[in-house]
Design a protein around this ligand. Structure first.
Ligand code: 6DK
Ligand code: ZN
Length: 370
């Protein structure tokens, strides 16, 4: 039972410009800086830890292919694709829509390879070449809506992969579990009216986008009830996440019985992340992985694809990713979370009353409360 792994060198070449988090702007006091907050080095460092520890030798390399125009158009508007393609030809690139989703010249090709990494991972898992697969892709995807890029995302990589599994591989039900700390608004937009893709997002309440991801957003028409949002209050750690998974995520997956599970795997709910205020440690990501793997074994022969989303602490993210890959593969890298001791005893492990209430409320709207 092999574990596939996708990484391509050019994922590390995505050019977000010289701004820190938004374009540098002298008059506004925004100084240029060497590393944008979403600089791909953070993800490249995860790849290097997986390489340096030797864990990579226990993984099955899966090569990304560029997603085709047709692959992208399953979930995005043609007009949007053309807009990105045109800007990608410009010497200084462009922006996918919201003014903070910049990309450099040729950025289209990197984005197509990111979506294609998710496609290759789905192919590897569905064909049975591997049991599960981690696609360490960049740029991320879950904020990209049908007709607009947002939040560093150009194309909805996980959504592209889910639609491909449905339409080209004969998979009838796909579930997406998005544990990136931000709301997967793009995936939600894309599958809003569909019941063939169950979309569950667990995120910090109102972190980004600040105006979506509420429990009342449940999908519409045929899709009603197939969008599930679990917004958690800031400050939560494994206590809150464990309760959210045990009460909402896992029961919803069991009820839906997907034939394939795609995890939107961001590591920005970690205690070290600069963009959010949650408290997960590397070992907690292994626990979440285990919960989804056990459910996948129960309902879909273990078919599980993880697609990288965000994560912004260059020191800590590699350990979070390493622990997920150890869990997926059942192989120890021999390296432990170097920050584990420093980060222990800071609270967050215990479920707090207001977190329980928030999760119970989400369970209620998802009609899951016992
Ligand atoms: N901007 C992601 O990790 C991307 O989910 C996160 C994008 C955060 C953008 C920065 C931000 C704001 C906040 C409030 C109002 C306007 C703009 F897609 C992933 F990479 F996965 O907080
Ligand atoms: Zn995020």
């Amino acid at each position: 039972s092999a574990t596939g792994y996708v990484w391509e060198t050019t994922y590390g070449w995505a050019d977000l410009g010289t701004g820190p988090m938004m374009p540098a702007h002298a008059a506004a006091g925004i100084q240029p800086i060497t590393h944008h907050v979403a600089h791909p080095d953070t993800k490249r460092r995860m790849h290097e830890l997986i390489s340096a520890t030797g864990l990579i030798d226990s993984l099955t390399p899966v090569r990304a292919r560029p997603a085709s125009r047709e692959d992208i158009l399953r979930v995005h508007e043609e007009e949007y694709y053309e807009r990105i393609a045109a800007q990608s030809l410009l010497p200084k690139g462009g922006d996918a829509g919201d003014g903070e989703t910049s990309f450099g010249q040729g950025g289209l090709d990197i984005a197509l390879l990111a979506a294609g990494g998710a496609l290759a991972a789905v192919d590897a898992v569905v064909s049975g070449a591997v049991e599960n697969c981690y696609a360490l892709v960049n740029p991320p995807g879950h904020h990209a809506e049908r007709n607009m890029g947002r939040g560093y995302c150009l194309f909805g990589n996980a959504a592209v992969a889910a639609a491909y599994a449905r339409e080209q591989l004969g998979i009838s039900r796909v579930a997406i579990v998005d544990w990136d700390v931000h709301h997967g608004n793009g995936t939600q937009d894309i599958f809003w009216e569909r019941d063939d893709v169950l979309n569950i997002s667990i995120h910090q309440n109102r972190c980004f986008p600040p105006d979506s991801g509420f429990i009342e957003e449940r999908g519409a028409g045929t899709g009603e009830g197939y969008t599930i949002n679990v917004p958690l209050p800031p400050g939560g750690g494994m206590g809150a996440y464990e309760y959210a998974f045990d009460t909402v995520v896992i029961p919803a997956l069991r009820r839906y019985a997907p034939e394939l599970i795609i995890v939107g795997s961001g590591f920005d709910a970690s205690i070290m992340d600069p963009l959010a205020r949650m408290m997960l440690r590397a070992a907690d990501y292994a626990t979440l992985t285990r919960k989804v793997m056990d459910l996948a074994a129960e309902v879909c022969d273990g078919r599980l694809v993880c697609v990288q989303e965000g994560g912004y602490n260059p020191f800590y993210l590699p350990f979070c990713g390493l622990k997920v890959l150890e869990e997926l593969s059942g192989v120890s890298s021999g390296i432990d979370d170097a920050f584990a001791e420093t980060l222990s005893g800071k609270g967050g492990e215990e479920l707090m009353g207001h977190e329980r209430e928030a999760v119970d409320h989400a369970a209620q709207l998802a009609a899951l409360l016992r």
